[in-house]
Design a protein around this ligand. Structure first.
Ligand SMILES: *Cc1c(COP(=O)(O)O)cnc(C)c1O
Length: 376
């Protein structure tokens, strides 16, 4: 079967291999069969391996849902009674964590920073020192809204200095940028199968510290479907997801993990880096400005500022590229109009060369001047 290959430069879902796509086509199976449980057991073990976790100390728990379910689960499940969450926020995805706190009515403190700046570690420490009721610190590794890399190892060290649990939204770095759960001072990290793993949407997972999950059995229950201990406990007792798993997506994830280990952590990160460098070189050549300074970039998402050209139209450029098999994506910053190009997925630098050929044509076809112009 020939499947059209689209180059997705949006921040997930990403371009997948044909072998991952085809892995979904399997005989019908009831997911309560032993064979399926065995596959999920291997999958959970492999996920802990990706972040180099000691299997005695760390586990992974699968959920049916998009990546946001992980943030929801961690925040609502891991907060003891009478305690507070500290959200270190410099972008759209940490703002999502703040909204989750608000929706559940969880007590929280937000340390808010501009989207193009990294958090002030002294302020994080002072906040922890002055608020002994903080029991959980949450932040985002690569803020996918902009592409800024947060100093999670340092934030995690501060959290641990004050005996606080550290949860990190690694949805847009896990299985791309190497992560070492223990060295990076992470208690819980998370992702969905459609991002770094280059698999399908609908399966998400949290990787984290078993003892903390077990301790959380005693914490207030704020959700039924989205409780971490309940799902973990069901997996430990039966090997199964509490409720129906996304069956075909699990098969695709299994194949994607096989391909992940075949490619290897270092080779894969080198490939994403090649793609990222090619994206930046292309944007530079066309005169685009970016939101995040080169030294603060996580190496996976580029955020380009809309040019000051009366003919500029993101929609028109998007549509031109889309019709030719390339997907670009709007930004996620309220103060600046941007679009994003992401280095996720089963693509390499020649795909980026192909993209920039079409992208430049799109600019010219819309009478947008090249190199692009800015007023100041
Ligand atoms: C993609 C992503 C998510 C999940 O978003 P969904 O809209 O639920 O797919 C969460 N956090 C980060 C940092 C992401 O990049």
């Amino acid at each position: 079967m020939e499947i059209k290959r689209n180059i997705l430069l949006n921040p997930g879902p990403s371009t997948t291999t044909d072998t991952v796509k085809m892995a979904q086509v399997v005989p019908d199976i009831c997911p309560r069969e032993k064979e399926f449980a065995e596959m999920m057991r291997e999958l959970r073990t492999d996920l802990v391996k990706i972040v180099h976790g000691d299997p005695e100390k760390y586990t992974s728990v699968l959920f049916c849902g998009s990546g946001t379910i992980n943030i929801d689960v961690c925040l609502n499940s891991l907060l003891p009674a009478e305690k507070k969450i500290l959200v270190v926020n410099n972008g759209a995805y940490s703002t999502r964590a703040v909204e989750i706190c608000q929706y559940y009515g969880l007590p929280f403190i937000e340390l808010k920073y501009p989207v193009d700046e990294i958090p002030d570690l002294n302020e994080v420490e002072q906040t922890l020192k002055n608020n002994p009721d903080i029991a959980l610190v949450h932040t985002t590794h690569n803020e996918t809204g902009t592409g800024i890399l947060n100093p999670i190892r340092e934030i995690g060290a501060l959290a641990h200095k004050y005996n606080v649990v550290f949860t990190v939204d690694t949805t847009s770095t896990l299985a791309m940028r190497p992560i070492d759960i223990e060295k990076d001072n992470i208690d819980f990290c998370m992702a969905s199968a459609q991002k770094g793993l280059m698999a399908m949407t609908g399966l998400s997972f949290i990787i984290g510290n078993k003892n903390i999950i077990e301790a959380s059995a005693e914490y207030p229950k704020r959700s039924y479907y989205c409780n971490l201990f309940l799902q973990y406990d069901f997996f430990e007792k039966t090997g199964e997801m509490h409720f129906t798993p996304p069956v075909q997506t699990v098969y695709a994830a299994k194949q994607a993990l096989k391909e992940y280990f075949e490619e290897g952590e270092q080779n894969k990160w080198a490939r994403h880096t090649r793609v990222f460098n090619a994206i930046n070189a292309g944007l530079d050549r066309l005169g685009f400005r970016q939101v995040i300074k080169p030294e603060l970039r996580a190496g996976l998402v580029s955020s380009a500022v809309y040019p000051d050209d009366p003919n500029w139209s993101f929609e028109a450029v998007h549509d031109y590229c889309y019709e030719r098999g390339y997907t670009i994506y709007p930004g996620k910053i309220s103060t600046t109009n941007t679009f994003r190009l992401c280095a996720l997925g089963a693509i390499d630098e020649e795909d980026i060369a192909g993209f920039f050929k079409v992208f430049e044509e799109a600019l010219k076809a819309n009478n947008i001047s090249v190199p692009v112009k800015y007023n100041d």
